[in-house]
Write a protein that binds this ligand. Structure first.
Ligand code: HEC
Ligand code: HEC
Length: 215
């Protein structure tokens, strides 16, 4: 074979490999996008959430956090308690992600969506100055600006709706979420934090402070 022929063959080979790699990436993206169709029914076309359905905004969430929550719902770690009306609705949806790689692909897609700009809030109660004191503790894991911290397994809070944060704080406090520390050791680090918020007023105050944080 001449040197020129070798070069032609080599170029051909490289271009085939490149095309394969690219098409695999595209396939992964389009599978994630296809799986997301179902999610839009409750979480909205852009993953912006829907108050009426108690579905939070999920667009642009950390992939590692989405993966863990989807696995928790799937494996009966979250969305199992009889009082967890919203979680019970989400659990069967996570179970539809039944093929290997489904959770990963849909999580990759959801985390790639741009974060919702005008997140919908519903609570008018709460005093941010009073809440700032309580947030000092939350900061250790969720960050100064509620940006989250992977090393602490703590998700961002700054882009969540107030009604959803309140529901989760009550769920953690009353062990509707993270009810089983053996099955949910990570959720179990959050539950005692919610328990430090004495009453509804303390919860509203800390949430009103979180709403002032930079997005
Ligand atoms: C039938 C409505 C419905 C559908 C469809 C649905 N979800 Fe949900 N999802 C919910 C509700 C309600 C919650 C809130 C659960 C709670 O309050 O604990 C939720 C919670 C979540 C959470 C946890 C968010 C957080 O901040 O912890 C993630 C992640 C999530 N859904 C992803 C998805 C994905 C991905 C799909 C598509 C495969 C999907 N959902 C389909 C209703 C739905
Ligand atoms: C010791 C670390 C730690 C501290 C301190 C902490 N959290 Fe958390 N928080 C976590 C972890 C870890 C999770 C994720 C649990 C899971 O994966 O289910 C979490 C989850 C949450 C969620 C649910 C987010 C979602 O998308 O569903 C809210 C809301 C929350 N924390 C608010 C707070 C508030 C408010 C405070 C302060 C009063 C606080 N946290 C203090 C570790 C912490």
């Amino acid at each position: 074979m001449t040197a020129k022929a070798k070069l032609v063959l080599l170029t051909l080979f490289i271009s085939i490999v490149l095309q394969l790699v690219l098409s695999q990436n595209l396939m992964a993206k389009s599978k994630g996008e296809a799986l997301f169709k179902l999610c839009t029914q409750c979480h909205g076309m852009q993953g912006e959430g829907a108050y009426k359905l108690k579905a939070p905004a999920i667009a642009g969430m950390e992939k590692w956090y989405i993966v863990r929550q989807l696995k928790n719902f799937k494996n009966g770690v979250r969305g199992m308690h009889t009082k967890d009306i919203a979680g019970l609705r989400m659990r069967p949806m996570a179970k539809t992600l039944r093929y290997k790689g489904d959770v990963d692909k849909v999580a990759t897609y959801v985390s790639s969506l741009p974060k919702t700009k005008n997140i919908k809030h519903m609570i008018t109660a709460g005093n941010p100055e009073a809440g700032q004191g309580s947030y000092a503790m939350c900061m250790a894991c969720h960050g100064v600006n509620g940006e989250g911290n992977k090393a602490m397994n703590a998700p961002a809070l700054a882009n969540l709706s107030d009604w959803y944060i309140k529901q989760q704080l009550q769920n953690f406090k009353h062990q509707v979420r993270a009810a089983n520390p053996a099955k949910d050791p990570i959720g179990a680090t959050m539950a005692p934090m919610a328990m430090t918020l004495a009453d509804d007023a303390a919860i509203d105050n800390v949430i009103s402070y979180i709403k002032t944080l930079k997005k």
